[in-house]
Design a binder for this molecule. Structure first.
Ligand SMILES: *[C@@H]1O[C@H](CO)[C@@H](O)[C@H](O)[C@H]1NC(C)=O
Ligand SMILES: *[C@@H]1O[C@H](CO)[C@@H](O)[C@H](O)[C@H]1NC(C)=O
Length: 202
């Protein structure tokens, strides 16, 4: 019993080691996926309200079988260079493990070569910035093996903007703060009156 358990632990450790020591570089990936997204160039989407429909498929000019190890497609929302400037926490790093270009997950789906589409409501916590959409194909070991994106290699075309919630609902927040302050004051007033009443009746 102890031997298989020990063996299991060792092989688990080994596979963890293999997974962490293997680094995938973005520049080593082929752009075999055709990705489109519904926002038009320069469109401004409101976080929490507006939707993005993403479609993706295998580019048939690559020979059949190129995609044989594609297991899952991970679609992500990515910062355009203009929104990365002076923000090291959004930095592009070729080693994908350290890359911060695409921190916002849109969806992950099992890989199929065509007819893929997903509609996503821009989540409320997405910050104001300029974005594009990128999809990664990952293999059974969860390593990136290919990609596709809605912009060109310089990340300069077909960019769109997200306007964050902050700023839009400020007046509403102020209203609710005033309202709760008002209710605390009136509650205090109510207790004060009650106390006076009971004192007076004594
Ligand atoms: C498919 O790949 C070829 C070769 O890389 C490329 O020239 C072509 O533009 C791609 N098609 C689309 C629609 O992206
Ligand atoms: C694509 O998806 C739609 C809706 O899911 C389906 O009706 C259609 O048959 C699919 N087409 C192909 C070629 O798989």
């Amino acid at each position: 019993m102890a031997v298989p358990a020990g063996f299991l632990v060792i092989s688990l450790l080994l596979s963890c080691f293999a997974a962490t020591s293997y680094g995938v570089y973005f520049s080593s990936l082929k752009e075999t996926l055709e990705v489109t997204a519904s926002p038009t160039k320069g469109q401004v989407l409101k976080a929490g309200d507006d939707k993005i429909t993403v479609t993706w498929r295998f580019n048939q000019t690559y020979s059949a079988g190129t995609d044989s190890d594609y297991k899952t497609i991970k679609v992500k929302l990515c910062y355009a260079p203009i929104s990365q400037k002076d923000r090291s926490w959004r930095k592009t790093v070729d080693l994908l493990k350290k890359d911060k270009t695409c921190p916002h997950k849109i969806v992950a789906r099992p890989y199929t070569a065509s007819n893929n589409s997903f509609t996503w409501t821009v989540e409320r916590d997405i910050p104001s910035a300029v974005y594009f959409v990128r999809a990664f194909a990952v293999n059974a070991e969860d390593q990136q093996v290919a990609y596709g994106q809605t912009t060109d290699a310089h990340k300069s075309t077909n960019l769109f903007e997200v306007q964050a919630i902050t700023g839009r609902h400020v007046s509403l927040d102020i209203t609710s703060v005033c309202f709760s302050a008002f209710s605390i004051v009136s509650l205090a007033g109510f207790f004060y009156m009650e106390k006076r009443k009971s004192k007076a009746s004594q």
